[in-house]
Design a binder for this molecule. Structure first.
Ligand SMILES: *Cc1c(COP(=O)(O)O)cnc(C)c1O
Ligand SMILES: [Zn+2]
Length: 404
C-alpha cells in the first residue's frame, strides 16, 4: 500500500485521506441537483516513489490501491479475460481487436470493481451501511459485495430498471427502494439520505473511490497486453466514471513508468443520452433533455462526472461519438454471434461506436491495436435483447418437423 492524498479536480486543493469523504468541501458546496458534480476528488499516489518498484511480471497492484487488501471483502472481482476477437477484427479491417469481458464479474458488470473498493472503504471505516443510487448495475454490484461482507446495502433505483437487475439486488439481500422517477431523481434522494441519516454513500464519482475501483480495469488490460499500450480503448459512457477510471488507471501506469503513453480513449454515448458527447464537441455543458435509450445503464440526463470525462478524451487525444438504439442493438447481435460475448445494450454501445468509426472517414488504420470494454452481461436485460432476435416456434418432436 502506498500512501495517497485526495486532490480536487477543480481547485487542485489537497486533502488527507481521512479529512474528506466525498466532494471537495470548497467546490462541492456549490453543487445543486441537476448539474454535474463539482469538486470531484482524485486519489493521488506518490508515483515518483513507485517508479520502477512495480514488477512487470508479477505486479503488486496493492501499491496503487487506495484501500489496503486487509479490508477487502471476500467476493473477488475483476481479473476478467481479455479476449482476441479475430472474426470481428477482420470484419472491421483491424489487425488486433480485444474484448475486455467485464460481464464476467460476479454480478455481471464492471460496476463490481467500484462497489468492491467502496465496500472495502466502508469496512475500513467501520460503516455498516452503504447507500447508492443506480440505474441498476451499480446497485446489483453493491448488493453482491455487501452480501459477501455482511454489510447492509440500501439502494435507490428508478422503478423502471430492468427486472433481472432488481432481482439481483433483492436476491443478495439489499434493502431496495424503487423511486418513481428517473435515475437523476434517485441520485439526489440518496444524497439527501446519507446527509441526514448516515451510511457511506457509494454514488458514482461522488465517492472518489468509485473511480479508483474502476481504474483496475486499465491495470489489468495493460498487464494482459504485456505493457504494450493499445492505440485506442472504446468505453460506453453514462455518468463518465468508467471513462475517468480507465483514464486514471492508464495515467497511474504512465506515472510509475509501466506504460510509455496513454491510449486514445473513445467515448461512446447513446444518441439521446449524449450530454458528455455534446460537452466534448462544443465545450458548452447542457443536460440531455430526454435521455431515453434501450441502453438503460448509460441513460442519464446529467452525467455526474462530465468534467473529468471530457478531460479524459481531450488529454488522450481521443474522441467521442454517439450511436442510435438500432445501431447498438445490432452491434449487440454482431458481438454475440461473432465473438461469443453477450453484452447488455449499454455495453454493446462501445462496440457499436467502433463499428461506426470504422465505417466512416476517421476509421482507425489496419495496424491499430484496439480494446473494447464490454461493461455488462447481456442476460441482465433479456427484454432488450428480444427486440432484435426472435425465438423460433416449437415443433412437433418428429424428425419430419425439423426445418431443413
Ligand atoms: C454504468 C455502466 C456504463 C457507464 O458507466 P458510467 O461510469 O456511468 O459512464 C456502461 N456500461 C454498463 C454496462 C454500465 O453498467
Ligand atoms: Zn475544490
Amino acid at each position: 500500500m502506498s500512501t495517497f492524498r485526495y486532490r480536487c479536480t477543480d481547485c487542485r486543493k489537497e486533502y488527507g485521506r481521512d479529512d474528506v469523504r466525498y466532494l471537495c468541501p470548497a467546490c462541492g458546496a456549490a453543487w445543486r441537483p441537476g448539474m454535474p458534480l463539482l469538486g470531484v476528488l482524485e486519489a493521488v499516489f506518490d508515483t515518483a516513489s513507485l517508479q520502477g518498484r512495480i514488477d512487470k511480471t508479477r505486479p503488486d497492484w496493492s501499491l496503487l490501491s487506495a484501500v489496503e487488501p486487509r479490508h477487502f471483502p471476500p467476493l473477488t472481482v475483476g481479473n476478467t479475460p481479455l479476449l482476441a476477437a479475430p472474426r470481428l477484427a477482420a470484419s472491421l479491417k483491424l489487425g488486433q481487436l480485444f474484448l475486455k469481458n467485464d460481464g464476467q464479474n460476479p454480478s455481471g458488470s464492471l460496476k463490481d470493481r467500484a462497489s468492491f473498493l467502496v465496500v472495502a472503504e466502508a469496512l475500513r471505516l467501520g460503516e455498516s451501511r452503504v447507500v447508492a443510487a443506480s440505474t441498476g448495475n451499480a446497485a446489483s454490484a453493491l448488493a453482491a459485495v455487501c452480501a459477501s461482507a455482511g454489510l447492509e446495502a440500501l439502494i435507490f433505483v428508478p422503478e423502471k430498471a430492468p427486472r433481472a437487475k432488481l432481482v439481483q439486488m433483492v436476491m443478495h439481500g439489499a434493502r431496495l427502494v424503487p423511486v418513481k422517477g428517473t435515475y437523476d431523481d434517485a441520485f439526489a434522494l440518496s444524497l439527501a439520505f446519507t446527509q441526514k441519516r448516515g451510511g457511506l454513500n457509494r454514488n458514482t464519482a461522488y465517492h472518489p473511490l468509485t473511480i479508483e475501483g474502476k481504474k483496475t480495469v486499465s491495470l489489468e488490460v495493460a498487464q494482459q497486453l504485456g505493457f504494450e499500450p493499445p492505440d485506442a480503448v472504446f468505453v460506453s459512457v453514462g455518468d463518465g466514471v468508467i471513462l475517468a477510471g480507465v483514464h486514471k488507471g492508464f495515467a497511474d501506469l504512465v506515472a510509475v513508468g509501466l506504460l510509455p503513453r496513454l491510449p486514445r480513449l473513445i467515448a461512446v454515448q447513446a444518441e439521446k443520452s449524449d450530454a458528455v458527447h455534446r460537452f466534448i464537441r462544443t465545450g458548452a455543458y447542457q443536460n440531455a433533455l430526454a435521455p431515453t435509450t434501450v441502453a438503460d445503464s448509460i441513460s442519464v440526463s446529467c452525467p455526474s462526472n462530465a468534467y473529468w470525462a471530457r478531460r479524459a478524451v481531450q488529454e488522450t487525444k481521443g474522441l467521442s461519438l454517439t450511436v442510435t438504439d438500432e445501431e447498438l442493438l445490432s452491434a449487440q447481435r454482431a458481438l454475440a454471434a461473432s465473438s461469443g460475448v453477450f453484452a447488455e445494450p449499454a455495453a454493446a454501445a462501445a462496440y457499436a461506436g467502433l463499428q461506426k468509426l470504422q465505417a466512416g472517414p476517421d476509421a482507425l488504420p489496419a495496424t491499430a491495436k484496439v480494446v473494447v470494454l464490454v461493461t455488462g452481461h447481456g442476460l441482465k436485460d433479456v427484454d432488450a435483447a428480444l427486440q432484435s432476435v426472435t425465438i423460433p416456434p416449437a415443433i412437433e418432436p418428429t424428425l419430419d418437423a425439423v426445418p431443413v
